[in-house]
Unconditional design. Structure first.
Lengths: 232, 532
């Protein structure tokens, strides 16, 4: 998985001992080193002292809300944070993502999902340098030339579609919220104009995934945002 | 050409059929309330008429004036049994004057009486006094009997009207109407809730000001009458009577007696008290009925809770049992067996997950904490995420999507819609045999301004007897596969209603079931194009 010399250090902040144990089991078997904290205060302390490479943070903690932990953390650190939340708490997830969380997982989740999210988070955290060409499925994007091809054939994307695709590619494998997409592509003041996003995203999809049965490259996270699949 | 039979309006005016209206018309006891006054003027007319007639006739009769003295005495005696005390006294006076002036010689002038005549004249008065007294007593007796009878009749009609009333409102309308007629006054019924101020019943014809309401409040607190003709706060024109049920005051009955009535006879007071007692009974009956209803609702919710508990514990325990057994056997060396156990664990967990999600959703619906956050959504996105949420349960069915390319955006809460569609997909998967086809199609209904999404299958369809209870919670189809609480469709309906839409069940083209969710068609406005 990773170099044996540098096992990435992770911090799990969750009050449920069983969840912590399970997270440790899953993450350690994938080659991470795991520290645990059962309260928000302990977690913040641990994060400051040990400087982990990523944090798994439960949104419902006994002493302080996960959202508060996140905000305080973001005051001084850009450590990638993966939020754990329950189903139905869409507004909590959005609030956490807007407050600087990098991604979220809904309980109950599978170990595979957890590891995939963690890989994306840690990859993002590494300085990757300038990538000029990105591939997703059979779609290839050349950032330098601003061209998109599918299976070798040129794809004609509008300015907004290209901007959307570029943003999703930058956060590849990670959820990007509606707000974020709208703000970055249409500019501040358009955060509520979700219908722009729906229409352009539908058009973009038609171009990227023309056949009904084709692999979906862009996943919808109901009520939250979009995610470009990670598998290249 | 056959003549069409014509219907003639036979002039049969439709009588008001409601018993309350009928009873109000023939209400008895009004005389009773206003006191027995068989026109005094008529009695005086009788007195003067009779004496005048006798005097006029006697003028032409050539007989001794003594005869007239006795004739007048007879008239006074006769009148004493017919008219009241004062008229008969007047009759005695008038007879005496007429006899002296007209008949005792010299005629047409007053003369000094001799002892015989004086005695006879004195007899007029004695007879008038005694007779008047006797008659008055007799009359009072008869009057009291009649009063009692009329009071009984008035109360009887009231009781009947109240018994016929199905609700406290109906009863209040008819009893207050009767009271208005009977007492010839405006009346009000104030109901006393367990806490808070007295509430005037809308059928009241008397509007109470703040001062009178305050008096009514003292009546409610003290349980004793107040207002006009009482010792408590008697300055206003309104009499307030407590409606008592045991030691508790359930309301106040207020009558605006006005200032014209100078005093309240005990009979009138009795009638008022009778009315108050009857209305109190009505209120009591209503509160007993309400208590009974509450009891019924409690029993019903108790039954629901038991059902919930039974099925929830069954539904939770089954996958838990699977999980536990699988966990115990996982350390087997047989790789194939282990793979199958892992599959069981996966199925059990997804079943548990779905169950918990639905229980939580149902709770959100019932607790009223559901706040849909409408947003513009693409039907394709919604179907895709619902499909993802359902996961493996759909693996053995063929899913066909027929979403038109020009389908407008939906204005809905994406997360709720995902649950709605996931429940419908799961429902279709559960009720059709493996290998069946499930079709999702969508469209707009311009006539009703709606956009719809439909999930249909080629399964056995819906039993007609199910239609009534389809969307109720804990309602499960007879052919439902094991598993499930019967919450799915109830949640679908709840979530759709919360978003301003609805859901309907019908027969699909394929012969199976079809569930259609509809939302109002909304216009997101123009999306700026950036085609270059």
């Amino acid at each position: 998985m990773s170099d044996s010399a540098a096992k990435p250090d992770l911090l799990v902040i969750d009050d449920e001992v069983q969840i912590r144990r399970l997270l440790r089991l899953t993450l350690e078997s994938a080659g991470y080193r795991v520290r645990e904290a059962e309260t928000g205060a302990l977690g913040l302390n641990e994060a400051a002292v040990q400087r982990p490479e990523a944090i798994v943070l439960d949104l419902s903690l006994p002493d302080m809300g996960g959202l508060d932990v996140l905000r305080r953390l973001r005051d001084w650190s850009q450590i990638p944070v993966l939020i754990l939340s329950v189903r139905g708490g869409e507004s909590d997830k959005i609030a956490a993502l807007d407050a600087g969380a990098d991604d979220y997982l809904t309980k109950p989740f599978s170990g595979g999902e957890l590891l995939a999210r963690m890989r994306v988070l840690l990859r993002r955290a590494q300085p990757t340098g300038e990538v000029s060409i990105a591939r997703v499925g059979d779609v290839e994007v050349d950032f330098a030339k601003r061209t998109v091809t599918r299976a070798g054939a040129d794809l004609h994307l509008t300015v907004k579609e290209y901007a959307l695709l570029r943003l999703l590619l930058q956060h590849r494998g990670k959820v990007v919220t509606h707000r974020q997409l709208l703000r970055d592509v249409w500019g501040p003041g358009h955060e509520e104009d979700t219908h722009y996003l729906r229409v352009h995203m539908a058009n973009l999809r038609k171009k990227l995934e023309p056949a009904a049965g084709a692999t979906r490259l862009v996943k919808t996270e109901a009520g939250i945002g979009y995610r470009l699949i990670d598998a290249g | 050409m056959a003549e069409t039979p014509a219907f003639h309006g036979g002039g049969s005016a439709v009588e008001p059929s409601s018993s309350a209206a009928r009873l109000r018309k023939i209400i008895p006891g009004r005389e009773y309330w206003r006191g027995l006054r068989p026109s005094v003027a008529r009695e005086y007319a009788e007195v003067f008429g009779l004496i005048g007639a006798v005097t006029w006739l006697g003028w032409f009769l050539p007989v001794s004036y003594h005869v007239f003295g006795h004739l007048y005495l007879l008239i006074v005696i006769a009148l004493s049994v017919r008219v009241g005390r004062w008229p008969v006294f007047v009759a005695a006076v008038v007879s005496g004057v007429a006899w002296n002036y007209v008949f005792i010689p010299p005629r047409l002038s007053f003369s000094v009486l001799d002892i015989d005549d004086a005695l006879l004249l004195g007899t007029f008065f004695v007879v008038a006094l005694i007779g008047g007294q006797l008659t008055a007593r007799l009359r009072a007796g008869a009057g009291r009997a009649r009063q009692l009878e009329q009071r009984a009749t008035a109360l009887y009609y009231l009781t009947q009207a109240l018994a016929a009333a199905k609700t406290v409102d109906e009863g209040a309308v008819s009893s207050l109407g009767q009271a208005d007629d009977l007492f010839n006054a405006r009346t009000a019924l104030l109901l006393a809730p367990t806490e808070g101020r007295l509430v005037p019943h809308p059928a009241s014809s008397l509007l109470l000001g703040d001062e009178e309401l305050a008096v009514a409040e003292t009546v409610r607190r003290s349980g004793r009458p107040a207002g006009r003709f009482t010792d408590v706060l008697p300055t206003g024109p309104v009499l307030h009577l407590p409606l008592r049920r045991g030691s508790e005051v359930v309301g106040v009955f207020s009558v605006n007696l006005g200032y014209e009535l100078e005093q309240l006879s005990s009979a009138q007071r009795d009638l008022l008290d009778g009315f108050a007692a009857q209305i109190a009974l009505l209120v009591e009956r209503e509160s007993l009925r309400a208590a009974g209803e509450r009891e019924k609702i409690l029993a019903e919710s108790d039954r629901l809770h038991r059902t919930l508990l039974d099925s929830v514990s069954h539904e939770l325990k089954t996958p838990l049992a699977v999980l536990r057994t699988a966990a115990e056997k996982l350390d087997t060396d047989d790789a194939r067996k282990r793979a199958s156990l892992v599959g069981e664990v996966r199925t059990a967990t997804s079943r548990l997950d779905h169950l918990v999600a639905n229980l939580l959703n149902q709770t959100r619906l019932e607790s009223g904490t559901l706040r849909p956050q409408p947003d513009w959504c693409d039907a394709r996105d919604l179907v895709a995420s619902a499909r993802r949420a359902v996961g493996e349960a759909l693996a053995r069915h063929a899913l066909r999507l027929e979403l038109p390319a020009d389908l407008p955006l939906l204005r809905c809460d994406a997360a709720l819609m995902e649950h709605v569609l996931a429940n419908l997909l799961l429902n279709a998967a559960h009720h059709t045999p493996p290998g069946g086809a499930i079709r999702v199609h969508a469209g707009t209904d311009a006539v009703h301004g709606r956009i719809f999404l439909a999930v249909s299958d080629d399964g056995p369809g819906l039993a007609p007897e199910l239609h009534a209870t389809l969307f109720q919670k804990f309602s499960r189809g007879p052919r439902a596969r094991a598993g499930g609480l019967g919450l799915g469709l109830s949640i679908v309906r709840g979530f759709m209603l919360a978003q301003g839409g609805d859901v309907a069940a019908s027969r699909s083209v394929e012969g199976g079931a079809c569930f259609t969710v509809r939302l109002p068609l909304a216009d997101p406005g123009l999306v700026p194009s950036d085609e270059h």
